[in-house]
Design a protein around this ligand. Structure first.
Ligand SMILES: N[C@@H](CCC(=O)N[C@@H](CS)C(=O)NCC(=O)O)C(=O)O
Length: 217
């Protein structure tokens, strides 16, 4: 199996962590965001990372890839089994991708990718909006819903992966969840990062981050 996309991307990381959680081997092809070659558009028509390949069958979108993995490899399930919990799991996966990812991705782009990689200045207005306006209601919503122990449906699953992964990129952008205001969320993200499936990915990412920082200095 092949995962196309640099693992530091929150959406690519979701797939890598899902594969790790299932104990599945894969090859990473470090496609950069914004790649619009005909070959890449063939497997990811919107030109977004990640794309995924399994024995010549290729498609894209992190949430769809995680569901595919769960259906093809049911061991170490990423989704709960009963219909109500499955609906909720899909909801949190969707919320992570469409609501949590944009402000967290903006912090990463503005404070890490732009200054260190693309060599363009940080737009502090975008940063301030994400921190002061967009993230607080998201964190209020999640604070009331994430568990004090373990993960949303017991073991680490696709819903947790989808919520936790973007916050790692926000951290790369210098944003840490305020532990006093959102203690459950701060602890939940920490717990996720410490899980072996995330930790293995984060070790690999660290090498990439060091390389980008070293090149920039
Ligand atoms: N819904 C997609 C979103 C993928 C996405 O937005 N990927 C970003 C990187 S994290 C990307 O490829 N951005 C490049 C672009 O917008 O051109 C998924 O979950 O896979």
């Amino acid at each position: 199996m092949k995962v196309h996309g640099v693992i530091i991307s929150p959406n690519v990381r979701k797939v890598v962590v899902a594969l790790n959680a299932k104990g599945l081997e894969f090859e990473n092809i470090p496609v950069m965001p914004g790649t619009k070659t005909p070959e890449f558009l063939e497997i990811s028509p919107m030109g977004l990372i990640p794309a995924f390949e399994d024995e010549g069958f290729a498609f894209s979108d992190s949430a769809i890839i995680m569901e595919y993995l769960d259906e093809k490899f049911p061991d170490n399930a990423l989704m709960p089994s009963n219909p109500k919990d499955r609906a909720l799991s899909r909801w949190f996966t969707e919320y992570g991708g469409s609501v949590v990812f944009p402000p967290c991705g903006a912090l990463f782009t503005q404070r890490m990718a732009n200054p260190y990689y693309f060599k363009i200045p940080t737009d502090e207005e975008v940063v301030a909006k994400a921190i002061n306006e967009t993230l607080p209601p998201i964190l209020d919503y999640l604070e009331a819903r994430v568990p004090g122990d373990g993960f949303l449906f017991g073991e680490l699953g696709s819903a947790d992966i989808s919520i936790i992964s973007p916050f790692i990129n926000a951290e790369y952008g210098g944003y840490l969840i305020d532990e006093k205001r959102w203690p459950q969320m701060a602890a939940y993200v920490k717990r996720g990062k410490a899980h072996s499936a995330f930790a293995a990915c984060l070790r690999e990412e660290d090498k990439l981050r060091q390389a980008v920082m070293a090149e920039a200095s």
